[in-house]
Design a binder for this molecule. Structure first.
Ligand SMILES: Cc1cc2nc3c(=O)[nH]c(=O)nc-3n(C[C@H](O)[C@H](O)[C@H](O)COP(=O)(O)O)c2cc1C
Length: 348
């Protein structure tokens, strides 16, 4: 492995360690506490018949849950992708892998990602690449390779301006990226999804991305993992630490970001993520117009405790979602969409 790859892999392991060991949450509310589902005191549905299934990008899912993009790119993280993919397979839910940059630079790391497809042959899987890499010489060939590596159903391009600018070694050149994203949407054989990493996507950018051919938006808003906090734990220089600290809460809270993309066309895949805690947050996300609800750090912490803990965590989320649907009288995801408490919604 060359020095560049060793550095990328070491950084991946460091990020993972920090996310597992430190409190890296933003401390800012997601906004879900202010969102209320309609209460149906006599729901007139059978709890045991509640249907959580939906079809996303042509694949039928048993529940609208996404294991958000996190790992791969080092020996250690292969183990995590294996566990997460086993869960995606067992529960027939969607999964994203972490940035595939390391494997695009060094083929020997490909199996740390392709393990996901091996363990989840039929799952809805998302490849992942950082937008900044499009300004480092990664083009259509590299992005298509990332997709092919795990026979992915879509490519997520993550937008992480805060993270890149806080990293002394980060890529600070974000010029001309919309044009490059547009090139990907026109050239790749799969849909492109744009995703933040915990700061939210603003409505104007979301519209520009859709105009550039992006088929999905994952808002990844503020309220959960803060990459400023993660980077803060990596820095040793006091000024760099202080800089990171200043931006721990930067961005758009998840609920506000979701409301900001409400008006996008129906066929644009809308993903709620960033600080989701439970199945009630999932239910509220669906009522706010999301098609999928993603969890990142919660699942990696569970996976770190072993597959059983991860599976139990997902089972609980599904149960919580079903209870929310029962109590608001929604027998399926489509009817859950009309269950937002309107008056309180207007408070926003
Ligand atoms: C350990 C870890 C690694 C991550 N790596 C990536 C990545 O490579 N690509 C990406 O798009 N997002 C990455 N993320 C961001 C998550 O996908 C997600 O957007 C963010 O953590 C907010 O969700 P959460 O509050 O549920 O953790 C990572 C998150 C964690 C916790």
């Amino acid at each position: 492995m060359n020095e560049q790859v060793t550095k990328i892999s070491a950084r991946k392991d460091e990020h993972l360690r920090i996310c597992l060991e430190e409190d890296v949450t933003s401390g800012i509310p997601t906004g879900f506490d202010q969102v209320h589902l309609q209460v149906s005191t006599l729901p007139e549905i059978n709890f045991d018949s509640i249907d959580l299934s939906s079809t996303v990008l042509g694949k039928k899912l048993d529940a609208p849950i996404l294991i958000s993009s996190m790992t791969g790119g080092s020996g250690k993280t292969k183990h995590f992708n294996k566990l997460l993919a086993q869960a995606a397979n067992e529960f027939n839910i969607a999964m994203g892998v972490g940035s595939q940059r390391a494997a695009l630079v060094h083929e020997g790391l490909e199996e740390t990602f392709s393990i996901a497809r091996k363990e989840a042959p039929n799952a809805l899987l998302f490849a992942n690449i950082g937008v900044a890499q499009l300004n480092e010489g990664f083009g259509v060939t590299e992005c298509q390779r990332a997709v092919d590596m795990l026979e992915a159903d879509a490519l997520i391009i993550h937008l992480n301006s805060l993270q890149e600018v806080l990293q002394p070694e980060g890529n600070h050149d974000f010029t001309q990226l919309l044009t490059k994203i547009e090139k990907m949407t026109r050239s790749l054989h799969v849909p492109v999804i744009a995703k933040e990493v915990g700061c939210g996507i603003d409505p104007q950018t979301a519209r520009s991305l859709v105009n550039a051919g992006v088929r999905g938006i994952d808002v990844a808003g503020v309220g959960g993992t803060s990459w400023a906090a993660v980077e803060m734990y990596r820095q040793t220089d006091p000024s760099r630490k202080a800089l990171c600290q200043t931006y721990v809460g930067w961005g758009i809270p998840t609920v506000m970001a979701l409301q900001g993309i409400e008006g996008l066309p129906e066929d644009i895949l809308k993903i709620s993520s960033g600080g989701l805690q439970n199945g009630l947050d999932v239910a509220k996300s669906i009522a706010l117009g999301a098609d999928l609800a993603g969890f990142a750090r919660k699942f990696i912490i569970a996976a770190n405790a072993g597959y059983k803990t991860l599976a139990e965590s997902i089972e609980l989320i599904l149960l919580e979602l079903k209870v929310a649907m029962f109590l608001s009288g929604a027998g399926d995801l489509k009817s859950l969409r009309s269950k937002l408490e309107k008056e309180r919604e207007d408070e926003y």
